[in-house]
Design a binder for this molecule. Structure first.
Ligand code: HEC
Ligand code: HEC
Ligand code: HEC
Ligand code: HEC
Length: 385
């Protein structure tokens, strides 16, 4: 049998207060419920969802969220359950005693400020108590178990420090980033490991059961969740439902898009206004993938997913910039102004020259995650006109 665990920040690094983030969180949680997840630590980003949204989700998914050291000040009680004991059996064996796995969640002390801030915003007084004593108490309350897993919402270095201070912990799963995630490390008797982030990898622990029950051995393996793994049909449907739901709320979504004034004080006007004077550049640009970047999203019905739009459109989130495909199709794709900056002033008076393309313009979108093979010296000539 399989246990599925997560070290927190389930819903991505976005502000949890947007419509999109909240919708995504609901669908993600029902997907995790369908998959049969057994426990997740509450992460600092999860707290940004605020009350009452978070409390409702915790209520809906009672035994999923685990946090030993997050307390509701008023009641002096834990905000979520601290731990859970799983009973797993070897597939096909119903007679041997089950393997008992104790799982405890924690939020690293370094997030005390985030907890205070969410208290300030929501008026629900939360308190982050020091992790070590609270986890020790939760471990003591576990009773007899064969394996103890700590879901530690902490960086790898913090997780290692914690592992050094706690006894009786076998595995520490931490929330560390890194692409690909780092190798596991031993600290005393504990194995500290991470499954990375953005759902790109899985840290798989295969536990060998001794003849008289109990853990005989465990082995670690990293699984890269790339295209070689087919979509699980129920999860695919859940995701498609989410995309359809997003699209059906286009009015609400559009209203939620905040448009800032760019640092230059200018505004976006769109590539349709440039070709009259820059026919050569326009023709070249149209031959590049940049011009068709919104189509890549539309082909997958992901063109209403706000998290994709900043890199696949022009000026998303800025005055005059892209909003949604059904409102501002003319600003779809990576356009002139994505590299040259908002050009409203230049359009009004060509003597006002757009700022040169800054050297960091590309890597704002061509990040390590999204464009692992990006190489500026060889890729730049492909976009120059
Ligand atoms: C009415 C004609 C006109 C329009 C419309 C126009 N430009 Fe220009 N643009 C010019 C002129 C004139 C120059 C300066 C001469 C040159 O370098 O070709 C220029 C120069 C530029 C330069 C080079 C600046 C430099 O430092 O040399 C960029 C980049 C540019 N335009 C981008 C744009 C973009 C993006 C748009 C659409 C939003 C646009 N232009 C629309 C006329 C225009
Ligand atoms: C606003 C975000 C954004 C900026 C800025 C940006 N790109 Fe891109 N770039 C993309 C996206 C998105 C794609 C993929 C488009 C698609 O296939 O749908 C892409 C594709 C490319 C490709 C085509 C890759 C291929 O597989 O053929 C090249 C080359 C490229 N970009 C180079 C650059 C360079 C060089 C810069 C900086 C001068 C730059 N890009 C700036 C978002 C951006
Ligand atoms: C941080 C910027 C960024 C974000 C956010 C982003 N992309 Fe992209 N995307 C890129 C860049 C850059 C490329 C070009 C990658 C390359 O060729 O190296 C790209 C390429 C693509 C492509 C074409 C290449 C392929 O893999 O087939 C698709 C499809 C795509 N992105 C979908 C998405 C979707 C869906 C989302 C949102 C869930 C998204 N992107 C969010 C920057 C981004
Ligand atoms: C992916 C980034 C990117 C996009 C998209 C882009 N440009 Fe450029 N453009 C550059 C770079 C890089 C240069 C070289 C000069 C520099 O570094 O400032 C350049 C140069 C120019 C120049 C100066 C003359 C020349 O040809 O070198 C003009 C004018 C210009 N671009 C207009 C446009 C227009 C109009 C569009 C849209 C139709 C556009 N650019 C789209 C990156 C881009």
């Amino acid at each position: 049998m399989v246990a599925l665990l997560d070290a927190g920040d389930l819903f991505g690094r976005t502000s949890g207060r947007t419509l999109e983030a909240r919708l995504r969180a609901r669908y993600l949680l029902s997907g995790m419920e369908q998959l049969g997840y057994h426990g997740v630590a509450l992460g600092d980003q999860d707290l940004q969802f605020g009350e009452p949204f978070l409390a409702e989700r915790i209520d809906e998914h009672q035994s999923l969220f685990l946090s030993a050291n997050l307390f509701a000040q008023v009641k002096g009680q834990r905000y979520t359950t601290a731990s859970r004991t799983l009973e797993l059996r070897v597939d096909g064996d119903s007679t041997s005693p089950p393997l008992r796995i104790g799982v405890v969640g924690l939020l690293d002390d370094e997030y005390a400020g985030v907890v205070r801030e969410s208290t300030r915003l929501d008026g629900v007084a939360l308190e982050l108590r020091a992790a070590v004593p609270e986890v020790e108490a939760a471990l003591a309350a576990l009773g007899e178990v064969d394996l103890v897993v700590l879901l530690s919402h902490a960086s790898k270095s913090s997780a290692k420090a914690l592992a050094g201070k706690l006894s009786g912990v076998d595995v520490v799963l931490c929330a560390a980033a890194g692409s690909p995630p780092s190798e596991p490390e031993r600290v005393g008797d504990a194995l500290v490991l991470t499954g990375g982030y953005m759902g790109k990898w899985l840290a798989q622990l295969t536990v060998g059961v001794g003849s008289g029950g109990g853990v005989a051995s465990y082995e670690w393996q990293r699984v890269t969740l790339d295209a070689s793994h087919a979509d699980e049909p129920q999860q695919k449907k859940n995701y498609d439902d989410y995309l359809a739901d997003l699209k059906s709320r286009a009015d609400e979504l559009a209203a939620s898009v905040q448009q800032k004034v760019p640092d230059t004080g200018d505004k976006y006007v769109g590539a349709g206004r440039c070709g009259g004077c820059h026919a050569k550049q326009k023709a070249h640009w149209e031959s590049t993938k940049h011009a068709h970047a919104l189509e890549s999203l539309a082909q997958r019905s992901q063109d209403f997913d706000l998290s994709c739009l900043p890199c696949h459109t022009a000026g998303f989130g800025f005055v005059g910039g892209f909003v949604l495909p059904d409102r501002t199709p003319e600003l779809g794709g990576v356009q002139c102004e994505s590299c040259h900056g908002a050009a409203g002033a230049h359009l009004a008076d060509p003597a006002v020259k757009p700022a040169g393309v800054p050297s960091e313009a590309c890597v704002g979108c061509h990040t390590k995650d999204r464009s692992p093979n990006f190489d500026q010296p060889t890729w730049l000539p492909k976009v120059q006109h």
